[in-house]
Design a protein around this ligand. Structure first.
Ligand SMILES: Cc1ncc(COP(=O)(O)O)c(C=O)c1O
Length: 439
């Protein structure tokens, strides 16, 4: 019997893997199928604080954290009294007072969102931002960056990061005609942007960018890049859209835009906002958002957009962050300790990989040299080594994302003991990889 499979539970695991067959590709979102790292996909039966549990009851320290939303772990205190929330109804089909209150509070923290609209997913939020930018400018062309990820609508997917490998539009079901209205430039490279824009004339509607990217590993922008994008957007009569679906709240209540000191025309937020429930929003300049129906001709909406249940959780998320800033700071310090520990281990093994940490996000790639600046850098990392590392860590009870493009997300629930155990697992795993000649 497999030592990790107590009596009877292997059958259960096998049955669950069998059931995956009913899901297209074995997952509702491709990365979860784990094809990038091979082996059996992780099937999560339940979560508790910083931990995920498989069908055998085995506990893993979880650094996937739902791909970002779980800033407070799997079971934060604000998930109390959900019955009371459900008892007042979960979807009204009309505007609710909580929705107005949440919009007001978001605007307090992100003043650039003078007007905003709620959506269910981040994909819809970015799609809405792009559409309203096109409606406002009366133009079609959008410039975005290889390796950024903005969701799963057509335009966003071309050459996207995260788990979307879609360099061939036609085979991916992306209309080829759409590519006439899309420029994909190199991240952190204003010369490349200028080369593309030289051919854009007066067709540019928007520049869409992750101001700090979390979808080709963690990538910060070089000084001047975002200001440069803003200047170019203005020069071309176009709008600048910051996709802050990962960064807002993860990097604090002011998001990336406060940190980098550049104010976009439009912003998208999501992930942490819903406290684990699906909730996102897009918003920005009042004159641009006035294009939205019913004030203007640009339609976005949805049955579940701004649903009261998720909005109530959004208010609880903001309460938590506003009332207890220390717990987030403590989390960021623990992330710093994790990053510092990884640097020490890599140093001991004479591995020259860059380790990055921003607030509660930690990342390193299997590639020596300077940190990733663009998707071209990221494509040079050793995916085979990452796959081996993923499995070595999983065997040691630590769950990492099953794709080298993703990052490690910590939560306020990750304690010092979890960080220590994780560092031991990293040390052991990398030593094993070294002894096998993988790295
Ligand atoms: C930066 C960014 N934008 C947009 C999205 C899409 O959000 P959703 O998965 O909620 O549609 C994601 C998802 O990972 C993201 O990381």
């Amino acid at each position: 019997m497999d030592a990790r499979c107590p009596a009877g539970t292997c059958v259960l695991v096998a049955a669950m893997i069998e059931v995956l067959g009913a899901l297209a590709g074995g997952a509702s979102s491709p990365v979860r199928a784990g094809r990038r790292v091979g082996g059996e996909p992780f099937v999560c039966v339940r979560g508790d604080g910083p931990y995920a549990f498989d069908a055998t009851g085995r506990r893993y320290i979880d650094y996937v954290m739902g791909y970002g939303p779980l800033l407070f772990g799997h079971t934060p205190p604000f998930l109390r009294d959900l019955d009371a929330l459900a008892a007042r109804g979960v979807v009204f089909g009309s505007t609710s007072p909580d929705e107005l209150a949440l919009a007001e509070r978001i605007r307090t923290h992100l003043p650039s969102m003078e007007r905003l609209r709620f959506t269910t997913t981040g994909s819809e939020a970015v799609q809405g931002a792009v559409r309203v930018a096109r409606a406002f400018t009366g133009r079609d062309l959008v410039l975005k960056f290889a390796g950024n990820y903005h969701g799963h609508f057509d335009l966003a997917l071309q050459d996207a990061g995260a788990s979307a490998e879609t360099p061939d539009a036609h085979r991916s079901g992306i209309p080829r005609a759409l590519l006439d209205d899309l420029i994909v430039a190199r991240y952190n490279d204003l010369d490349d942007v200028d080369r593309h824009l030289a051919r854009a004339g007066d067709r540019l509607a928007a520049i869409l960018v992750e101001p700090i990217c979390g979808n080709m590993g963690l990538v910060e922008t070089v000084p001047g890049f975002l200001d440069g994008l803003q200047a170019r957007a203005r020069r071309h009569g176009a709008l600048l859209i910051f996709d802050e679906i990962i960064t807002w709240l993860r990097l604090g209540l002011g998001g990336a835009q406060t940190r980098v000191g550049v104010t976009p025309d439009l912003t998208t937020v999501g992930k942490v906002l819903g406290g684990g429930f699906p909730l996102a929003a897009f918003g920005g300049r009042a004159d641009v958002m006035a294009m939205l129906a019913p004030d203007g001709p640009c339609f976005t909406g949805g049955t579940h957009a701004g649903m009261p249940f998720a909005v109530a959780l959004g208010l609880r998320v903001l309460d938590t962050l506003e009332n207890d800033p220390e717990s987030l700071l403590a989390t960021n310090r623990r992330a710093g300790a994790l990053a510092g520990g990884i640097r020490r281990i890599l140093g001991d093994l004479a591995l020259g990989y860059a380790v990055l940490q921003l607030e509660s996000i930690v990342d390193f790639k299997f590639r020596s040299g300077s940190p990733t600046r663009s998707y071209d850098d990221q494509r040079r990392d050793d995916q085979r080594a990452y796959a081996a590392f993923y499995h070595a860590m999983r065997e040691r009870g630590v769950l990492l994302p099953p794709s080298h493009n993703e990052v490690m997300f910590l939560s306020t629930a990750h304690g010092e003991a979890d960080i220590e155990l994780t560092l031991h697992a990293i040390e052991d795993s990398l030593s094993e990889l070294r002894s096998k000649g993988t790295i």
